[in-house]
Design a protein around this ligand. Sequence first.
Ligand SMILES: [Zn+2]
Ligand SMILES: [Zn+2]
Length: 278
Amino acid sequence: MLPQDSHVHTQWSWDALAGSMERACQRAVELGLPSVAFTEHADVTPWTLEQGEQVPEAWHPLLADGVLTPPPLDVDGYRQCLETCRERYPDLRILSGVELSEPHWHAARVQALLEAGDFERVLASVHSAPTADGSGFTEVSSRYGDQPPAEVVRAYLVETVRLIEQFEAFEVLAHIDYPVRYWPASEKPYDPYDFEEEYRHALRLLAAAGKVLEVNTRVPLHPQVLAWWRAEGGQAITFASDAHDPAALARGFGDAVHMAEAAGFRPGRDPHSFWSRS
Ligand SMILES: [Zn+2]
Ligand SMILES: [Zn+2]
């Protein structure tokens, strides 16, 4: 049996233009997934767009003076939709959830959201970086335009460490290798060993904090990172498609499961629980 998809976006995430909770549930049932967590974006950091950068028309209302400000998560609408899906798909275990972007930069707003949402699965992640001139923030991938790729990844891991050190109210660290998704094809290929020290440092702190590491399949997590997680004392993992479209649900899970087993992790007691070290 496939594990839970622990990181899925639906229409309640502002950037999931093809998202649908209803169809994601349908897809989960078709795939025989036991459980799914709908972890919608709570993005608070405004992004300064690059000169001439285009965004989908649906986001134009979010733009002012070249800065894109993500809208707040509609917690009530999301909750109602989740309840409807739970009634319609009683055999699918549906967890409520949220993905907090840079929560350590926005402590008060994040705390209010967590109180209002009472989410069952709380992911924390870094998506943003300071702009080159330091006047604002941008999506991490934008930094590849003006920074050597290794520096983009290093800065990302440094910010991830700050998140782990400064923010407590989360369970799972999402996509520790997020910038790798956008690594420039024109450069020397990404090699996790170039960042071994930085990865191990972040993983050690994450393990000491009792958190869970996510195996994100958007770009398959390198097996070595999972091996470091275990070596640094990591106890548990989740599997995450990070789907923004129902068709991408549980994508790559077959390979990810094999990798996790080889790295010394095994399923939890329930289909919706974390995998733990064996
Ligand atoms: Zn994310
Ligand atoms: Zn996500």
